[in-house]
Design a binder for this molecule. Sequence first.
Ligand code: HEC
Length: 182
Amino acid sequence: MKAKKLFLSVLPAVAVMSLSLTANSQTFKIEYEHPDASQIVKKDIPPGPTLYAVPDNCKLDNPKFIAKKAKEGMKIFNNKKLANCVACHNAPGSVGAGNIGPDLTGYASTLMKAPGPRGEKKTPDWVFQRVADYRVQIPKEFRDPHSPQFVPYYNIMTVNLTTKALNYDQVCAVTAFLLSLK
Ligand code: HEC
């Protein structure tokens, strides 16, 4: 009885295996449909985590600059064709916001006051880097799926400057917007 059951359960597996073997012997070759596709695929792999300096014209220590630039930043934050921060975060002015990331309402006086993942103090430069390319801020072991310390939560946010989804000026504006949220 037992042997029969085992045989029956193994049989489909064997059948599937031989099927795929036959399929393999017909020599399938994976080819890119477009001659330049391999280059396009390479381009799609985002460059590694990159550390950025805040440009001189991005005066994140100047409250007047922040107030002015924040308006632009709010638009970028909510622009689904640009940064689309609103897909994951709520913030003042957001409509239909997602909740994959924390609510950023009052960010500068709440979450920004909490230490970063390495226990570091969050500064305007830190927030700029966060928006530009957060990957340098999160310890590798938190982001490596093979590590026991892997935290999926730390691996979802979009990278904006390194991928050129946003330029320096746009990252500056979004950062100003976050700093204006008190
Ligand atoms: C695909 C979802 C997703 C998108 C899009 C996204 N974020 Fe996030 N964000 C997250 C998640 C998840 C966290 C919390 C985990 C973490 O800190 O990495 C987070 C954290 C943050 C934080 C908190 C950092 C801290 O600890 O102080 C800020 C600020 C932030 N995001 C800003 C933005 C901005 C600005 C954009 C758009 C340029 C954006 N996010 C786009 C998912 C997203």
